[in-house]
Ligand binder design. Sequence first.
Ligand SMILES: [Zn+2]
Ligand SMILES: [Zn+2]
Length: 133
Amino acid sequence: MLTCKEVNGLMTDYLEKQVSLTEKILLKIHLWMCENCARNLGQFEKTLHFMKKMKKSSEVPPDLLNRLREIFDQYARCPICEKEVRYFELHRKAEEQLIEIIKRTHPDWAEHSGVCSQCLRYYRQELARQKKT
Ligand SMILES: [Zn+2]
Ligand SMILES: [Zn+2]
């Protein structure tokens, strides 16, 4: 099986149809099971599509697509769960109540250092749970 990191590495190749059949199948299987990667791919695809359209219609510098790839290929570590995620996946904005609740368990954490979508979801659930009681 492919890991999330391997899948991320294959994304650009996949979208430009440069993967082998085996890779493609392995990738599809992973995307069926992994919500995170499926969403990443969706976002990436949309941006890539947009970029290509721009490229056709106007004079976008040819290296822009490469720059975009670089951005998408960057990794960062979530300061809360320490999992490696794609750089753009770290949320740097959160609701005030959410910030409060994160800081309760992670006093050193600051909003600008970011939080991964998984942690964000966890804390949102936590917040909803506390509101009920
Ligand atoms: Zn994955
Ligand atoms: Zn996290």
